[in-house]
Design a binder for this molecule. Structure first.
Ligand code: LER
Ligand code: MN
Length: 282
């Protein structure tokens, strides 16, 4: 794999606690993850966090200082995967709890110096009670409110991640994400492009990256099978060239399954050829 552009900010996604969400490694071993990722040559760590109140922000800040590894973003989907909270749930009380949980994520973002907060699976999915159009209305309202709040308190922006149809039917493409952001007011909001989801949903993934490059604020790297870049059939190098060649300067976070084999350390090791290709030495 040859990748021309220098990647200024490369991170790896880990879960702060054990989770049912399979696509993140290092569940529950945050201290070790910081140390290993730093050794491997990463610039940052992306933290998937179910309950922000369980997280000691001062401890995370200490790890950031100790390992010179920034927090690239906070993922929120575990509140949906592990607890069923969603912004489009038929029960208004559950929708309220999902919103309040995201307020906690926003508060943690502020405590960590304004890192972005990702709106992925916590948007939920449509149902007979809440059809797609109503879901989009609910999501637009929640995003507008959360973004205003995040901006007011000095927290980071919210990044909406298009996700494939097997996980949600709300906002599967970059095009739909940009339209949702425009409808929600546009400020303190960005789009997260995830190559794994794009490979399923975009008619022309490279074209979509090119068209929406100016709106893409964050990048998730995985191959077609959600293994590390280079282990499936996505042309990850070309995808990166397409985005970076258009001035993208945000974080790219590797978000891959912790296999093969099924250990956290192996998950880091299989990323090694990719790190070599982008000029990172341990
Ligand atoms: C998270 O970044 C993701 O890609 C989804 O599959 C689940 O939230
Ligand atoms: Mn992702």
């Amino acid at each position: 794999m040859t990748i021309a552009p220098n990647i200024p900010r490369l991170a790896f996604v880990v879960s702060a606690r054990p989770t049912g969400f399979a696509s993140v490694a290092a569940a529950g071993h945050v201290d070790e993850a910081f140390a290993m990722l730093s050794r491997f040559g990463y610039d940052g760590i992306e933290l998937a966090i179910r309950r922000p109140r369980e997280i000691d922000a001062e401890h995370i800040r200490m790890l950031v200082r100790t390992h010179s590894l920034d927090v690239a973003a906070i993922g929120t989907g575990q509140a949906y995967v592990d607890e069923g909270l969603s912004l489009t749930h038929p029960d208004a009380e559950i929708r309220r709890q999902a919103f309040e949980r995201l307020v906690e994520h926003v508060d943690l973002s502020r405590a960590l110096g304004g890192v972005p907060v990702i709106i992925g699976l916590i948007r939920g999915r449509s149902s007979v009670e809440v059809p797609l159009g109503r879901c989009l209305d609910l999501l637009r309202g929640a995003l507008g409110d959360l973004a205003s709040r995040a901006k007011a308190v000095g927290a980071g922006p919210l990044f909406v991640e298009p996700i494939n149809r097997y996980e949600t039917d709300i906002v599967p493409t970059l095009d739909e994400a940009t339209r949702l952001l425009d409808a929600a007011g546009g400020t303190h909001l960005g789009v997260l492009a995830d190559l794994f989801h794009m490979n399923i949903e975009e008619a022309d993934p490279l074209g979509a990256l090119a068209t929406h490059a100016s709106r893409i604020a964050h990048f998730h790297l995985a191959d077609s099978n959600r293994w590390a870049p280079g282990f499936g059939h996505i042309d990850v190098a070309r995808s990166m060239e397409t985005l970076y060649g258009r001035g993208f300067s945000g974080w790219a976070s590797v978000e891959c399954l912790p296999r093969p084999p099924d250990t956290m350390e192996a998950a880091y090791r299989i990323v090694r050829p990719f790190l070599d290709a982008v000029g990172r030495k341990p």
